[in-house]
Design a protein. Structure first.
Length: 304
């Protein structure tokens, strides 16, 4: 995998809309955070645009993204927020600009469309807080994004969930939002999980729909050749009046019950306030036992 250059003070980072709209006023906390890190912020032309739910028309959003890719002064592109809309522009983005001059693409949720597509190009990306997330993000979540962008020093140690499947694994980390990964199956942006460690998280889904998505991944072979799985936040899940009969963890566990690779639940990344950064495409070491689970990136330093 190609690693974009780490950032340094004085570098420029662009904030753009690939999905939902985002105002210049809403951008101020994110601008202040980036400036406190010594970065210069460039607001894309989509910031402040309003096309119903979206941050401008499809043409606006793809042109803004391509403009930032083509600008050699921009060292990272930070997606403003998720929601929906990135898949509408993915086939018009000029990824030749990215392969020619790799730069960090940052975001989560709907930005999983970009993560999945870019990984097939062999370039690392960052799953982490977006500009919209800054006011509610924990200091730790912001700190982990800093390390992902500036030096790659990420190592996590968390208390193990009793439902974990214990063991050790090494492999490239891929994944993101489960609903998006599910929606990309069969497309040119579909995720490649062979010999990878898969990370998934989701928000605001019915339990039966979660079961449907996991079985779809299972039937498509996505879960067959993994080296491990990391489950982040399964936030605000819903049940029907007649209960489904399993909680989120149990649904996921049942889909991989016949697999021997380790599975780690409750990793602090996803739609919660503690959305800690992950470098997708980077090789990691995953270790889990009844006491703790450890995730070490290939270039890691202090535990976070």
């Amino acid at each position: 995998m190609i690693k974009p250059p780490y950032l340094k003070k004085g570098d420029k980072i662009a904030i753009v809309c690939t999905a939902r709209k985002f105002s210049k006023e809403e951008a101020q906390p994110a601008i202040q955070l980036m400036e406190s890190w010594g970065l210069q912020v460039v607001l894309g032309e989509t910031i402040g645009k309003d096309n119903f739910q979206l941050g401008g028309t499809d043409e606006d959003r793809v042109n803004d993204f391509n403009k930032q890719l083509a600008n050699p002064e921009i060292k990272a592109i930070w997606c403003a927020r998720g929601g929906y809309g990135t898949v509408r522009i993915i086939d018009q983005i000029d990824f030749g600009l990215l392969t020619k001059s790799p730069k960090w693409i940052i975001g989560f949720s709907d930005v999983t469309v970009l993560h999945s597509h870019i990984h097939k190009l062999g370039i690392e990306t960052i799953h982490g807080i977006m500009a919209f997330s800054v006011p509610k993000a924990t200091e730790k979540a912001k700190d982990t994004l800093y390390h992902a962008l500036f030096n790659g020093r990420l190592e996590y140690k968390i208390k193990s969930c009793e439902l974990n499947k214990y063991g050790n694994a090494q492999g490239e980390l891929v994944g993101g939002n489960l609903s998006i990964l599910y929606s990309l199956l069969g497309s040119p942006s579909a995720i490649d999980t062979n010999d990878k460690i898969l990370f998934i998280e989701d928000l605001d889904e019915y339990l039966y729909h979660l079961d449907r998505m996991m079985y779809n991944l299972k039937r498509n072979g996505v879960l067959d050749n993994l080296r491990g799985m990391i489950v982040g936040g399964m936030t605000d899940m819903h049940d029907n009046e007649i209960p489904f009969g399993q909680k989120a963890h149990e649904i996921i566990l049942s889909a991989v019950s016949d697999k021997i690779y380790p599975v780690v639940f409750d990793f602090p990344s996803g739609h919660g306030a503690e959305n800690n950064a992950l470098i997708l495409g980077r090789k990691i070491v995953l270790e889990t036992n009844p006491q703790e689970s450890v995730l070490k990136f290939e270039e890691h330093g202090r535990a976070l």
